[in-house]
Design a protein around this ligand. Structure first.
Ligand SMILES: CCCCCCCCCCCCC/C=C/C(=O)SCCNC(=O)CCNC(=O)[C@H](O)C(C)(C)COP(=O)(O)OP(=O)(O)OC[C@H]1O[C@@H](n2cnc3c(N)ncnc32)[C@H](O)[C@@H]1OP(=O)(O)O
Length: 716
């Protein structure tokens, strides 16, 4: 709700809708009624709008979007325009965080005041909408086009000091915000309002406007990759160069266009899904969940292995204020890791002046130093036998109540746990590289993992700023199990007529930052080659004896990746893979050697080249992966489609504006069409098991059930 209090001649309207003061319908109604009361009360000469609690407001109520409530009277635009039309001065005074609709209220006010710690931002583009309510028209008039573009299109927050410098704020206060705001409001009661109305101003620096907009447009065309919101927001900003009323009409048209687009639905889903997955539960036993399981308190963590992953994990633990014992048998490697960690945390090792965070690190070659830690994250080489040996050692050196986590991208958690006497305390914590940057933490529970251990791993993820997603134990877990199929089909497309750059281009246009072949070159082709060798699919010398070249273990198989690896072409690190790289450059250049290799492979094996459409590339690379997602749900390895989508959005660069693979299948492709497509390709490629539609998909498609609606109903 919103409270109404009078301080002499000042009416103070305080938003009180904990925890984040979102501008839900009831809040808007009360603010509007408070505003009208203040305007009618002759004793009131000025009005202050502020918020109670930890922040001013997180903006419009995103959970109302897509429902009638979002447009119910007073809608946010109506409220904002009522503030702008006030004939008594309105001062918006904010603290904590002020986002979206909160900024709209502030811009419509006559004065803006903020606490010095405030963060101001316009995250609308991230949920696929235009910052309407006059924001796209008033902000450029107040701070100039360059800053407006920066704020609206980047969605980054601004500090109070930056906002003061750009002219967004009139004053930054360090004392009590309420008394400062009331004092300020009194001081402006007799001031004329005409030139305080932002809408009546001209956009400063309009002479350089076209240059600013052109540069922004070029940047966005390069970066948006299919997302429509950023360029639409830019169009709205451009309209601020028109007379105010005309610009407002244009803003409303563009606002409506995005408001009704499927992409805003997808982006809003992604926003809520990231929060939904925190409310974890075991798909097979909902009584084990985030409410019933208590996490252990974790103060100190051991990290075993100081390779790239170990270093990244250590950095995020230290950044979260945890004590870390880093163990590495190789002293040279350990020293190198310590330098990297200190550098990353801002400590200056040469002057011995370390940051406070870096001082929480103890680096040693001695396992016994793990005796007192609350939890260990093992990050040694991805080899089951090695990990089992390490866990045996950990079991004997750590205290009995310590949790033992393994950073594996696909090995069997139960086999690792069975090397210890405490399988209930063993869990998989799959970090994504670079571990200190990527926000995903895939947590994998084994057959014996206790609820307490799960709750602790999920809590640890939140502590270190990651989004933890809980999944069941299967080869590759959820992410890699699904992702692997994308690459498999991408290679079949090469056999049938495509070149690596064709496949990459189509998937990059779809929205991925990099296509599968560029990703493979970046990650290093040898990583998966080793896995294929371990799985008995190939050998270092070629196919295993008495194995047909194009079929392995009963399925169609493309040996092209193996052939490249046998030539030592592992990708960027060797200067050549699916592409070639000129020395020191990361630019992937199409390579005649690869072209000839593919050509010869087709000729040797009687494979006919044909033209492959972009549509087919998308379907062949993405639909098997989605089908596998349905199988994962069917097998009870993920609680819902949100969990799978968050894994792909945060761990695999799946384009956010499509919501993630499961949302995309449900809301964009349609389950019926997906099913028919799988059946078509199954008929064409009978030796690829991944085209067999999952029974869950078949049931849903046949019954016309929506996956997201089904999931929303079953979620705790
Ligand atoms: C057909 C005609 C069409 C015409 C157009 C009609 C117009 C209709 C209105 C249009 C209005 C346009 C202009 C205004 C736009 C906006 O304001 S859009 C909203 C902008 N705000 C956001 O995007 C907020 C994003 N939130 C955050 O970044 C973070 O939540 C936070 C504020 C920084 C706090 O972070 P943290 O403390 O980590 O908390 P969280 O876990 O993220 O959130 C806690 C719970 O609060 C929920 N929540 C957060 N923000 C909102 C929100 N804006 N609305 C609703 N709910 C919100 C969040 O989901 C969490 O809840 P659970 O999901 O239940 O866990």
């Amino acid at each position: 709700m919103a409270e109404y209090v009078i301080y002499e001649t000042v009416a103070v309207l305080q938003i009180n809708n904990p925890p984040l003061n979102v501008l839900s319908h009831h809040v808007r109604r009360q603010l509007m009624s408070g505003l009208q009361q203040a305007l009618q009360d002759t004793a009131v000469r000025s009005i202050v709008i502020m918020g109670k609690g930890q922040i001013f407001t997180a903006g419009a109520d995103v959970k109302e979007f897509g429902t009638e409530k979002a447009l119910s009277d007073p809608s946010l635009p109506t409220l904002v325009e009522a503030v702008a039309a006030s004939n008594k001065p309105v001062v918006t005074a904010f603290h904590g965080t002020t986002l979206g609709g909160g900024v709209a209220l502030a811009l419509a006010s006559h004065y803006r005041l903020a606490a010095s710690s405030v963060k101001i931002g316009l995250p609308e583009v991230e949920i696929g909408i235009v910052p309407t309510c006059g924001v796209s028209q008033r902000l450029p008039r107040l701070v100039g086009l360059q800053t407006a573009v920066q704020m609206i299109v980047s969605a980054q927050t601004m500090s109070a000091q930056q906002a003061l410098t750009t002219g967004l704020l009139d004053k930054v206060v360090s004392g009590d915000l309420l008394s400062e705001a009331v004092g300020f409001a009194k001081s402006v009661e007799v001031q004329a309002l005409a030139d305080r109305r932002v809408g009546s101003r001209a956009v400063p620096g309009a002479d350089t406007a076209e240059d600013v907009l052109d540069a922004a447009r070029k940047r966005l065309v390069r970066r948006s990759r299919g997302a429509i919101a950023p360029l639409t927001c830019l169009q709205a900003i451009q309209a601020s160069l028109l007379p105010f009323e005309t610009g407002m009409k244009r803003e409303a048209e563009l606002g409506q266009y995005l408001w009704t687009s499927w992409q805003t639905g997808a982006l809003r889903y992604a926003f809520l899904a990231e929060r939904t997955v925190k409310r974890w539960y075991l798909p097979g036993n909902k009584t084990v969940n985030y409410r019933t399981a208590e996490p252990l308190v974790i103060n100190s963590v051991g990290v075993l292995g100081a390779g790239t992953m170990g270093v990244g994990i250590t950095i995020c633990l230290l950044q979260a204020g945890l004590k870390v014992v880093l163990i590495e048998a190789n002293k040279t490697q350990l020293d190198k890791a310590v330098t990297l960690i200190q550098r990353s945390l801002g400590g200056r090792s040469h002057s011995k002046q370390l940051s406070h965070q870096a001082m929480q690190l103890r680096a040693t070659t001695d396992y016994r130093q793990l005796g007192e830690v609350d939890l260990v994250i093992e990050a040694v080489f991805e080899d089951l036998a090695l990990k089992r040996k390490v866990f045996q050692q950990l079991d004997s050196v750590t205290k009995p109540q310590a949790i033992l986590a393994t950073n594996t991208s696909g090995l069997d958690i139960d086999k690792i746990a069975s090397a210890t006497q405490r399988p209930d305390k063993v869990i998989g914590t799959h970090f994504f590289s670079p571990a200190n940057v990527m926000r995903l933490l895939e947590n994998i529970y084994g057959r014996h993992t206790s609820p307490e251990t799960i709750a602790t791993a999920m809590q640890l993820g939140a502590t270190i700023g990651k989004v933890g997603v809980l999944v069941g134990n299967c080869p590759g877990f959820v992410g890699n199990r699904m992702k692997g199929l994308n690459f498999t089909e991408a290679m079949f497309l090469l056999e049938e007529g495509a070149e690596p750059q064709d496949v990459d281009k189509v998937l990059e246009e779809f929205g991925f930052a990099m296509g599968p072949f560029r990703v493979s070159d970046l990650a290093g082709g040898d990583v998966h080659w080793r896995r294929r060798i371990q799985a008995g699919l190939t050998t270092e010398q070629g196919p295993p004896p008495n194995t047909p070249l194009l079929y392995r273990q009963g399925n169609r198989y493309c040996p092209l990746a193996d052939m490249l690896c046998m030539q030592g072409r592992f990708g960027q690190k060797t200067g050549a893979g699916w592409y070639r790289y000129e020395s020191g450059s990361r630019a992937a250049l199409p390579d005649a050697v690869v072209h000839r290799l593919i050509l010869k492979h087709r000729q040797d094996n009687g494979l006919q080249r044909r033209n492959i459409s972009s549509q087919e590339i998308v379907e062949r690379c993405l639909y098997p992966l989605i089908n596998e997602g349905f199988r994962i749900l069917e097998e009870g390895l993920a609680a819902g489609p949100q969990d799978i989508d968050v894994i792909f959005l945060l761990g695999f660069g799946w384009p956010r504006h499509t919501g993630g693979p499961m949302y995309y299948a449900d809301k964009v492709v349609g389950l019926g069409i997906l099913l028919r497509c799988l059946e078509k390709y199954r008929a064409l490629h009978p030796r690829s098991a991944h085209w067999v539609p999952s029974s869950l998909l078949q049931t849903m498609a046949t019954q016309g059930t929506s996956l997201t609606a089904w999931a929303a109903g079953s979620r705790l």
